[in-house]
Design a protein around this ligand. Structure first.
Ligand code: AMP
Ligand code: MG
Length: 372
């Protein structure tokens, strides 16, 4: 299948503003809406990561998402809406806490889990009795939902297991030839997925940390618990049990104080043998303290951002992981950040990217002879 790639340029436009009504934009949205109405799937930008959307009320269309991504069938999809009025057609109950969250954080990177209506096919909910709903803030995403005339079920537009796409180029790398249309809306501003919040019980529970922080939620809801699957096989959010966000290279987490991090990174870079490639993913503040001759032993250096703006830095994680993949590094040394605010989502994704590989002695990997 040939994948059409169309750009909608948004330079200088605030993400909450309406789209500029150019002919090209209108035509692209009309085409995309037609495809979605026909049961096709379309990749599009959101403020979190690029999404791969289908009509959420059409089970066969949603099945295509799973097939193209290679996504496990029990990992449910988030349903995206463009107006608050649409929730009543999707969920059976709409508690006061949901209303508070929607008024405070929508449109934006918060997904709410509630009991679903029968109109939502089982394939969308992964067989659960609940559905995850979100209103994105990206103007292209909102306009696309309106053009399709239905809610859109959309996971991230990557191959399952790979780092999520935050640039249209990332979607192209994974899905070119597999989908009919990719709408390029430039870089995603948040760069990490939405927070998934379960509001089915008395106490709200974060099932996946994301773009809206626990602190922000607690400020309007009071107590908010955290249950992001630590090792059990039946997490409340099925997606959390899978290995995710994984680049090709082995990810080694670098923790400690800044001087300790500098020492650990230096130690590993000095151990590197010829023929092995190391990528370094760190903050500007840490790189600045590294001796130049040691820093230059890294084959790839990706500066996430600075300690002064961790939200921006966290949003560049996936781009950094994919950048290291592009340069075919054997190992990625990734700096940890504090788990406050957006740091909780960043560290959740980084730990998953590191997976469960035995990294007790990363220096061994650097000197291990190549297989075959
Ligand atoms: P993705 O769309 O790839 O960002 O993943 C969506 C996330 O939302 C996954 O972690 C899913 O497990 C989670 N999710 C979607 N629907 C539900 C639901 N009904 N209950 C709990 N978690 C859900
Ligand atoms: Mg995903």
């Amino acid at each position: 299948m040939e994948t059409k790639r169309v750009s909608i340029h948004l330079e200088g436009i605030n993400t909450r503003d309406a789209l500029p009504p150019t002919e090209k934009t209108a035509e692209c949205l009309k085409d995309a809406g037609e495809l979605l109405k026909k049961g096709e799937i379309v990749a599009f930008p959101t403020e979190t990561v690029y999404g791969l959307g289908a009509n959420a009320l059409n089970g066969a269309a949603c099945q295509k998402i799973y097939a193209v991504k290679g996504r496990p069938a029990d990992n449910p999809l988030i349903v995206h809406i463009a107006s608050l009025a649409e929730v009543t057609g999707i969920v059976r109950v709409w508690p006061q806490k949901a209303e508070i969250c929607a008024r405070q954080f929508w449109p934006g990177p918060l997904t709410i889990v509630l009991p679903k209506k029968d109109i939502i096919p089982d394939i969308v909910s992964g067989g659960l009795d609940t559905v995850a709903v979100r209103m994105p803030s990206h103007p292209v995403a909102l306009a696309l939902i309106q053009a399709a005339g239905c809610p859109l079920a959309a996971p991230s537009a990557n191959l399952s297991g790979k780092p999520s796409p935050t640039l249209a180029e990332h979607v192209w790398q994974d899905l070119n030839g597999k989908i009919p249309l990719l709408i390029d809306g430039g870089p995603c501003t948040v760069g990490l997925e939405s927070t998934v919040l379960d509001l089915t019980g008395e106490i709200p529970v974060i099932l996946r940390p994301g773009g809206i922080t626990r602190e922000q939620l607690e400020a309007v809801l009071g107590r908010v618990d955290l249950d992001c699957h630590s090792g059990n096989d039946q997490p409340k959010s099925p997606g959390m049990k899978y290995r995710h966000y994984a680049p090709e290279g082995d990810v080694v987490l670098i923790h400690g104080s800044i001087p300790e991090k500098v020492e650990k990174i230096s130690h590993l870079l000095c151990k590197k043998e010829d023929g092995k490639k190391i990528g370094l993913l760190c903050l500007k503040n840490t790189a600045a303290l590294m001796p130049m001759d040691i820093l230059s032993r890294a084959d790839t250096l990706f500066i996430l951002g600075s300690e002064e703006d961790l939200t921006l830095a966290a949003g560049r994680l996936y781009e950094g992981l994919r950048y290291c993949d592009k340069h075919k590094v054997d190992m990625i040394l990734a700096e940890e950040i504090s788990e406050e605010g957006i740091g909780l989502a960043f560290m959740n994704r980084l730990r998953k990217a590191a997976g469960k590989k035995n990294m007790s002695d990363p220096a061994k990997i650097l000197s291990r002879p190549d297989q075959d």
